[in-house]
Design a binder for this molecule. Structure first.
Ligand code: UGA
Length: 437
């Protein structure tokens, strides 16, 4: 099939490459010329494992091209909208400027029978509004919503083999022309037995926000338990292992630490609350305010613990932060708890050095006032306190003895609870975890 993908960020670039991998003829469109030039040269404009290899592989087949011109969408039977929906400045609600602009820009190039498929995360009700715009301007075209559940760092495999496919269509009917079209788009994953659900438009939109809200709640739940463990002298890691063995609960997403960040969970729960308020159902989601508050408290907690480790004052203390990305296997620093903690410490008088295997470029653009060091060993030199804030494998593998020879003082705060405390203590370190005795 001929497919256009509008928006080539973390979602769209991967989606375009994966659609070509599934055998379709794809054009990726974005207004960002630099991004398009990189993608056209088969280079990933951001770090995503496996993406560059995939870009190279599919570009050799001639099935994937990129353009900054929306006109390139003409002739495609399916148009995926994959642009961002960031948080509005100074408000909780989602900013739909890019989604609206993408659709308006696309309208002149839509032919009868075409299917426009939204993948961006949007407040419930958006798809119905956009479907009306399409119906008015192009009565013989259709708009569907097909939310995306990919995780950064696993984006390629999550797109090629998702847990499920959700198609939102007006009326939620199987017989919809758009359902048949999407079944052709996803023929390969469907043949592999990936479940597919047809829903009405608002349900499809809600599936996405509900899923992210549940994940955020799970993380904040275990972080609340970490607060309690700290107060009671208990171990949250063991607690998570034990409750996680109940398969109604499950161990995944029960890693206590510095909390969740990134371009999705924080802004999605806020946009969800804002939308519930508009719908007069704000009470239903007041618990998400607490989820958000628990999460933000983690960052303050780490700053306070670091101050304690420094003997009461951060002034002039040399602190090395291991990790800037919001999670490993990503160079994304949007709302990264690691960077936000680093910046807080610097503001309070510490001398902060940040290192990360992939995210330093993005981090330096966001917080130019911090000091960055590429090599871990250089970053470690002379540190008074180490903070492990993003659990990259390199940091999991650090040897406490060797690391001890580089730092000025053997003090470490493990913000992700991934190190073995007994091993580090045996090597002479003062080890602090979060919610661990
Ligand atoms: C999240 C969802 O997991 C995806 O399903 C969804 O498609 C995506 O948002 C989206 O809306 O586009 P992502 O933002 O890539 O994916 O990251 P996650 O793997 O969910 O991690 C989010 C944050 O939670 C990270 O900062 C991570 O370090 C933190 N986390 C995760 C914890 O603190 N503890 C855990 O146990 C798990």
């Amino acid at each position: 099939m001929r497919i256009s993908v509008i928006g080539c960020g973390y979602l769209g670039a991967v989606h375009a490459a994966c659609m070509a991998k599934l055998g379709h003829e794809v054009v990726g469109i974005d207004v960002d010329e630099r991004k398009i030039a990189e993608l056209a040269a088969a280079r990933a404009p951001f770090f995503e494992p496996g993406l560059e290899e995939l870009l190279r592989e599919v570009q050799e087949t001639g099935r994937l091209s990129f353009s900054t011109d929306m006109g390139a969408a003409e002739g495609s039977a399916v148009h995926f909208i994959c642009v961002g929906t960031p948080q509005k400045k100074g408000e909780n609600a989602a900013d739909l400027t890019y989604v609206d602009a993408a659709l308006m820009g696309l309208l002149p190039y839509i032919s009868p029978g075409d299917v426009v498929v939204g993948k961006s995360t949007v407040p419930v009700g958006t798809a119905t509004r956009l479907a009306e715009i399409v119906k008015e301007a192009r009565p013989e075209a259709h708009l569907l919503w097909n939310p995306e559940f990919l995780r950064e760092g696993h984006a390629v495999s999550d797109t090629l083999s998702p847990d499920r496919l959700v198609y939102g269509v007006a009326g939620g009917v199987e017989e919809h022309h758009g359902v048949q079209v999407l079944d052709r788009v996803y023929a390969t994953p469907l043949e592999k037995g990936i479940p597919r659900l047809v829903a009405d438009l608002p349900t499809a939109e809600l599936v996405k926000t509900a899923a992210n809200s549940f994940l955020a709640t799970k993380i904040s739940f275990i972080n609340a338990m970490a607060e309690l463990c700290d107060a009671a002298g208990a171990d949250v890691t063991l607690l998570a292992d034990a409750i996680g063995m109940d398969d109604r609960i499950g161990r995944k997403f029960l890693n206590a630490g510095i909390g969740f960040g990134g371009g999705c969970l924080p802004k999605d729960i806020r946009a969800f609350m804002a939308r519930a308020g508009e719908l007069g159902a704000d009470q239903a989601l007041t618990f998400l305010r607490e989820v958000d508050a628990i999460n933000m408290r983690r960052r303050t907690r780490v700053v306070e613990l670091t101050r304690e480790l420094c003997g009461g004052s951060l002034l002039g203390q040399r602190i090395t932060v291991l990790g800037a990305a919001f999670k490993p296997q990503s160079d994304d620093v949007r709302d990264s708890p690691a960077l936000s903690i680093a910046a807080q410490l610097q503001l309070q008088g510490a001398v902060v050095t940040v290192t990360d295997p992939e995210a330093l470029g993005n981090a330096a653009r966001r917080f130019p006032e911090l000091h960055y060091e590429e090599a871990t060993s250089t970053a470690l030199k002379g540190a008074d306190v180490l903070l492990l804030l993003t659990e990259w494998q390199d940091y999991r593998d650090l040897d406490p003895y060797e690391t001890g020879t580089l730092v000025a003082s053997q003090k470490i705060l493990d913000g992700r609870n991934i190190l073995d405390p007994s091993k580090w203590r045996a090597a002479g370190w003062t080890y602090r975890g979060l919610g661990r005795p």
